[in-house]
Ligand binder design. Structure first.
Ligand SMILES: *Cc1c(COP(=O)(O)O)cnc(C)c1O
Length: 361
């Protein structure tokens, strides 16, 4: 046994399982396991990325001013209270690092995103899982779980992997009901998929205890570039700015994200396409006897009779070249999370699930 040991909590972290992207022996598999935009980034974003290739010898901007200004303009926010990170994962990491340590508690929901627990443990804090109500965030259960040790509450809205969300009045009630020493984090990774939803921005503006995180990885189709951002009250942004590395984002990422956020047409097209295909896929699966909650994001949580049936369906889909996500690690062993792909992919999935269900029951 080595005497060189990590900080407490680190070895309790289960390694993050990313969505698979290949199937052995299947050359043209369709990846529907990581909630990626099937159409990728906008042409304007691709062009900005190509151009950035000529300046790779230059250090990037440290204050991210141009990108923050673009985000502020497009989302109608205060640019001074935006922070950019290597994916919103990095913003989640900053929040845990800055606000939670040994002896502190970090609340996440029963089927909440895995990074909350990972980042809490990495900071030495104790993750606390709070039950949901039928796969929906339960505000009362969260309020009841708060203690003198609670520092952070993480909620993804819409949530991954359930796809469900809670309304503005519930979020307001939660923010207002939390003890004074608790910071509420609204993870808006899928906010862009909800027409007219601001991800919690107005609640951030109205209060001192709410932070919002957002990403370019989902609707904007830039998961490979690692870029996200956060928005919060000045006192929190001042803290996060101190733990952020000065060169945490490459210039390629900064200019590409700027072009992406300014291309409203592409974002609208992708949202509309997702809304249409999501409804189609949910209905097709339901017709085959596989129900799902109404999803507000770019994936569907398909519910099967039990774990064995879900896993058998996953195996069947894999053999058909379709990669979806098992979510046993999210306390949902009888479910599969299926990203809404382009129309041909959705048709393939629906057909394959139908074939499977014919023999399964
Ligand atoms: C995908 C996802 C993120 C963010 O990912 P980044 O690529 O790090 O921006 C954050 N929260 C949830 C709930 C997600 O599903």
């Amino acid at each position: 046994m080595s005497k060189i040991t990590p900080q407490p909590g680190i070895m309790d972290i289960a390694l993050y399982q990313g969505g698979a992207s290949h199937i052995a022996g299947v050359p043209n598999a369709v990846k529907l396991s990581s909630n990626e935009n099937p159409f990728g980034p906008s042409e304007a974003a691709r062009e900005a990325y190509r151009k950035a290739g000529f300046d790779l010898h230059r250090y990037p901007s440290t204050d991210h001013a141009a990108l923050r200004a673009a985000i502020a303009e497009m989302h109608i926010l205060d640019a001074d209270r935006i922070i950019c990170g290597a994916g919103s994962d990095e913003i989640i990491t900053f929040l845990c690092q800055a606000y939670a340590g040994p002896g502190d508690e970090v609340i996440h929901t029963e089927h909440g995103f895995a990074m909350y627990r990972i980042c809490a443990l990495a900071a030495g804090a104790t993750p606390v899982e709070v039950p949901e109500r039928e796969r929906i965030t339960d505000v009362d259960a969260i309020l009841a779980a708060c203690t003198a040790r609670t520092r952070l509450v993480f909620i993804a809205n819409p949530n991954n992997p359930t796809g469900t969300m809670v309304g503005g009045a519930e979020l307001e009630r939660l923010a207002a009901g939390l003890p004074e020493h608790v910071l509420l984090v609204l993870d808006g990774a899928y906010a862009e998929y909800v027409e007219g939803y601001d991800g919690g921005a107005r609640l951030v503006d109205a209060r001192e205890n709410v932070v919002m995180t957002r990403t370019f990885s989902k609707l904007y189709g830039l998961g490979g570039l690692r870029i996200g951002w956060g928005y919060g009250p000045s006192h929190v942004m001042d803290v996060l700015a101190r733990v952020r590395g000065p060169f945490n984002l490459s210039q390629s990422a900064l200019v590409t994200a700027e072009a992406a956020v300014r291309d409203r047409g592409w974002a609208d097209k992708c949202r509309e396409d997702n809304t249409r295909m999501r409804a189609w896929l949910a209905e097709a699966l339901a017709e085959h006897g596989v129900p799902s909650d109404t999803s507000c994001a770019n994936f569907i949580l398909a519910r099967f009779a039990n774990q064995a049936e879900a896993e058998a369906c996953d195996d069947f889909l894999k053999a058909e070249g379709l990669i979806v996500r098992r979510v046993g690690g999210y306390n949902l062993p009888n479910c599969l999370r299926i990203t809404v792909g382009d129309e041909p992919s959705c048709r393939r999935v629906a057909h394959a699930v139908g074939q499977f269900m014919k023999v399964a029951r």
